[in-house]
Ligand binder design. Sequence first.
Ligand code: MN
Length: 482
Amino acid sequence: MIDELKKLVTQYLPNADLALLEKAYNYASSAHYCQIRATGEPYFNHCCNVAKILTELKLDIPTLCAALLHDILEDTLVVSQELKQEFGEEITSLVEGVTKINSYKFNDKLTAQAENWRKMLFAIVKDARVIIIKLADRLHNMRTLKSLSPDKQKKIALETLTLYTPFAHRLGIYNWKNELEDLTFEILEPDKYNEIKTKWKARSGRNIEYLNYLEKEITKKLTSANIPFRLSSRPKNLYGIYRKMQRQQKPFSAIQDLFGMRIITDTQEHCYQILSIVQTDFKIVENSFTDYIILPKANLYQSLHITVASESDVVVEIQIRTEEMHKKAEYGIAAHWRYKDQFNKTTDNSKDIDLEKHLEFIKHILETKDSEEFLSDLKTECNFEQIYVSTPKGKIIRLPDGATALDFAYAVHTDIGNKCMGVKVNGKMVPLNYKLISGQTCEALVRKNIKPSEHWLSFVVTYQAKYRIRKFLKETKKQLRS
Ligand code: MN
């Protein structure tokens, strides 16, 4: 196992301190000596697998060492002091961070979960690597969950789905998020999982046929246009399909895009060139184009999305993006964090700005005092669905699904939100709690003597609006007291 790990690391860190990695390996291996997991294998295999999962994100040696050592304080006789002597401050504090998170036991009560999660977020702000190790740990535990009792499986799966998958999403680690979702789906809703899986298999033949055709044609066209690209296709995750069925109240047969295709190229210009080739040469599903390059998602995801259809209406969603956007999409903030650290001294500010935006967001969340509020904020921010409305001047504003007229006002500007008396939607006045839908033209009207009220908090959904309203109320209270 250590040889495999070394090989994986040297692929992206040619000058890595392999001796330190091997030291951690040997140390952890002997500390966990004779311990057996529920699966029947040596306990230490779990630690190695967690480290191996983390090499997918190309993480540094201290993180990998901490991964090998991540259960050592909890499950062996080794104490922090010894660890510090052997491996120094950095690795020890990472291991301590992970151990701390483990000590918060899952509680069915929402508030208790949120509380733990706030503490976890504190850990992130100090060091994002702690949460990433924890997510890899959870991923490996979920992969090997079958050996536990059904009750335990359910409990862990529920915890994973409520707390960890939104977080993987929020950090933009979509690979892990999708796998975690399907693993939990299988345990929590085995009947639905199996039903969708069976139907999926039955229908995938026709889809694969069309997919092969698409791959061949697109390859031909892009090669002759001299555009560098790589192309990959994969099935959509089953939980995603299930959620879509629920959301749109549709049976499986009505869900069309079972597969997604990805075209990755070098520059943004090429993304748009590829898009126009796809638009000219294939049948496009109406209104299926979304430009997340100009309007990135809240977690900074960027791509062009467009759905094509065969003559017999088999559809495939195509995502077009650059290598850079791809890295961000697959590994999110983790990838950024790594760049920042590795190339600290070179000046690549654009990446740092993205990271700063993330951390800024997390810090804002931390200022929220109430735990339930906090969890619901986190959930809204993780909300996948988005709508688009425009201002009278044609500026596009992106909002989460369910956003109200007042959310729109706050999205335009804090002052407009704070003084908003009403919003005109397609020329008609609507109440502040009116739920917007995509395509509407909105204009917020302000009046000097309007002030945010407690009541507003009961219907706004965006984090931005909540944060601004609470901030205003807090400051007013302070002024009254003084
Ligand atoms: Mn573990």
